[in-house]
Design a binder for this molecule. Sequence first.
Ligand SMILES: NC(=O)c1ccc[n+]([C@@H]2O[C@H](COP(=O)([O-])OP(=O)(O)OC[C@H]3O[C@@H](n4cnc5c(N)ncnc54)[C@H](O)[C@@H]3O)[C@@H](O)[C@H]2O)c1
Ligand SMILES: [Zn+2]
Length: 376
Amino acid sequence: MNGIIDFNYFEKVRVKLSTRADNSYNIIIAKNLFPALARSISRDNFGSRYCIITDSNVAKIFGNRLLKQFNGLGIKCDLISFPAGEKSKNLKTAGKILEKMASIGLDRKSCVIALGGGVAGDIAGFAAAIYLRGINFVQVPTTLLAMADSGIGGKTGVNLGAGKNLCGSFHQPKKVYMCTEALSTLQKREMRNGLAEVVKHAVIFDRDFFGFIEQNLERVMSLEDGIIVKLVKRNCELKSKVVEMDEKESNLRKALNFGHTIGHAVEALGNYKKYSHGQAVSIGMACEAQIARGIGIMPERDAGRIRALLQKIGLPVRLEYGAQETLEAARSDKKADGGKLHYALAKSIGRMHTEGGKFAVHVDDGIVKKVLEGCR
Ligand SMILES: NC(=O)c1ccc[n+]([C@@H]2O[C@H](COP(=O)([O-])OP(=O)(O)OC[C@H]3O[C@@H](n4cnc5c(N)ncnc54)[C@H](O)[C@@H]3O)[C@@H](O)[C@H]2O)c1
Ligand SMILES: [Zn+2]
């Protein structure tokens, strides 16, 4: 038979699984959760011991403080830190973290605390997802981007040499603690990056929220108490609605790709150095609003408002690459489906465009090229 299995005769055993586990969790948002964070986490009993996984910067600002709180309460807790930055978001760092988790003896009842920005959240969540085939974890996002985006939805993972976020797992946290006071040590540049994703959620789902950001931008940037909590909360409501309805990214979650088809291309063309993700997505949103206008689904006024708000935030909106090279870069992104580019487009601020019930729509390359030339 040359090693070929004869399938003419077989028996069948079905492994019947119900996948209806309840993965619901709460996101707590408040100005200052830090002073009593260890107490709140331990009160929820997510683990018999804890392990904070964070980056080298956040370890110094918040990590060691949180560790002391646990120690003060007599609760076993360890801290694992890795060098800050996207360059650490790989299998090598994840491997080191996993080895460390094993060497300190974490078991099935241990709970990981993913503390930090999106990088720490993704890598610590990934470690929790695969250590002993999955242990509990809670998220404590400390950047606006992590509060606005990566801290909601349970996507965890690392980059591969072949591309960003190519290796990972869906693993939902048990709880997320968002402390807006943490943003006070964050660089303004990082605030702007996070705001790009907040603006995206407003464009996709909520015109009033978009107006709120327009009117309160200075107060948001200066972290005025009520305003920043309100911004983070409304943003969480919007993103979590999508995640609730589409946990594993089949359709609705694709609406979240607004600005990302062109944004990912811009990020890649700048070798992931020239533009941060937030900046690239800002350019992507400005361009994709023009694409929506170009195919006659979005009014000129709304495309103008989107561009103006992004500029007011201090984000770039002008495309510096040629239309052809931008499309080619977009096509080599993992989300390009068989070479055909799809876009998540808004028909106005607050309302997404669908075709046949689908949020990811194809737009003719010729039209896109013409529009993109006008965005330069
Ligand atoms: N999982 C998801 O759904 C999802 C969604 C969007 C983005 N992401 C990922 O998120 C990552 C980007 O996240 P990011 O922008 O938060 O980057 P980051 O985690 O690298 O944080 C940016 C910088 O800010 C520092 N920092 C964090 N909190 C701080 C604070 N409170 N005060 C001072 N400094 C602080 C960090 O040490 C780092 O140097 C990317 O890897 C991206 O792929 C994931
Ligand atoms: Zn994004």
